[in-house]
Design a protein. Structure first.
Length: 329
């Protein structure tokens, strides 16, 4: 990203760019910055956009061979073409002889780094991968946005905020806008503000339900389940996410028992460190054997629904009841 920023700042552009990766928000932001830098006047005569899997490669190459009209560059934006997953030898060969006036920008969801197109862009241009950002980066970024609006927030409350929003930067940005508007006239963003205005993703609602289950708070767990059903969440999706949470709890508990640190567990689970801490807290309510049995029960429940032996809504309810029932002392 630093190299791309430098290209935009200096105006010294490569012939081709490939932007890809899981972090869609950053990818879109840098795509727009790059296109604006290449085509600052929104010149439609010298700018062309192609999108989707059905692009005619020969037609596109013919356009690329057309010199710009009273402009420095002919800019061609290609989005989600599949050229970097499927073979596209004709375009890969053409990449070796790109004219000086041409600036090709590829923005892709799926990329095979072994593909000829990937190697072709690497040879003649610049490749930028936008990976999911770690929790510290997200917290600094979000706190920076709040600070520019005159707001402060504690680390613990920022963790709560990210627990609700998840790690998608686009979603975080939208929730920050809501929070900034809601706290107009305040210096401090509080936990109460976050709880009041920020939308909790389905995955996080599931975790709230799991927490209630592990705390043996059966009534709250069932209420949260009914809330999800009211929001038209399919019972089988709830079952899948519930199963995922218990698998993570099982793995986290085993790793902790082997002496793994919270950060090591977070890396293995692919979650922020504070989320791993919450998962470990929930896992303490069960033995490893109970968590392994839960995994088997979730698989059995899914099979029972698919074979018609059990109704989907009831299958999840039974599991919630089983794992939130107070243990016999």
């Amino acid at each position: 990203m630093k190299n791309l920023q430098e290209d935009i700042k200096t105006g010294k552009f490569k012939n081709a760019y490939l932007l890809f990766g899981e972090e869609a928000y950053l990818k879109i932001q840098y795509k727009e910055k790059l296109i604006h830098a290449l085509n600052p006047d929104d010149d439609t005569m010298n700018f062309t956009k192609y999108e989707g899997k059905g692009i005619e490669v020969r037609e596109m190459i013919d356009l690329c061979e057309t010199m710009p009209f009273f402009a420095d560059y002919r800019v061609v934006l290609v989005e989600n073409s599949g050229f970097f997953k499927n073979k596209c030898d004709e375009l890969a060969d053409y990449m070796k002889t790109l004219p000086d006036y041409l600036r090709l920008v590829f923005v892709e969801e799926e990329v095979d780094k072994r593909s000829r197109m990937y190697k072709a862009v690497k040879n003649c241009g610049r490749i930028v991968e936008f990976a999911k950002q770690d929790e510290k980066t997200l917290m600094r970024w979000a706190a920076g946005i709040l600070a520019r609006e005159g707001r402060k927030i504690t680390t613990r409350d920022m963790e709560l905020f990210l627990t609700k929003t998840g790690t998608d930067m686009g979603n975080i940005r939208m929730e920050l806008e809501k929070l900034i508007t809601y706290t107009m006239g305040q210096d401090i963003v509080t936990r109460e503000d976050i709880e009041e205005i920020c939308t909790t993703r389905t995955e996080n609602k599931i975790f709230d339900m799991v927490r209630a289950v592990t705390e043996r708070n059966q009534r709250r767990a069932l209420d949260l389940y009914n809330d999800l059903l009211t929001l038209r969440e399919p019972p089988m999706r709830i079952l899948f996410l519930l199963s995922k949470q218990f698998r993570q709890m099982c793995l986290a508990k085993k790793m902790a028992g082997e002496g793994a640190s919270q950060n090591e567990i977070a890396t293995r689970l692919g979650v922020p460190s504070f989320v791993a801490r919450n998962i470990l807290a929930c896992a303490r309510a069960y033995s490893v054997e109970e968590l392994e049995q839960a995994e088997e029960d979730f698989v059995d429940a899914e099979e029972a629904v698919k074979t018609g032996r059990l109704q989907d809504v009831l299958s999840v309810e039974l599991l919630i009841v089983k794992y939130s029932t107070e243990r016999k002392r």
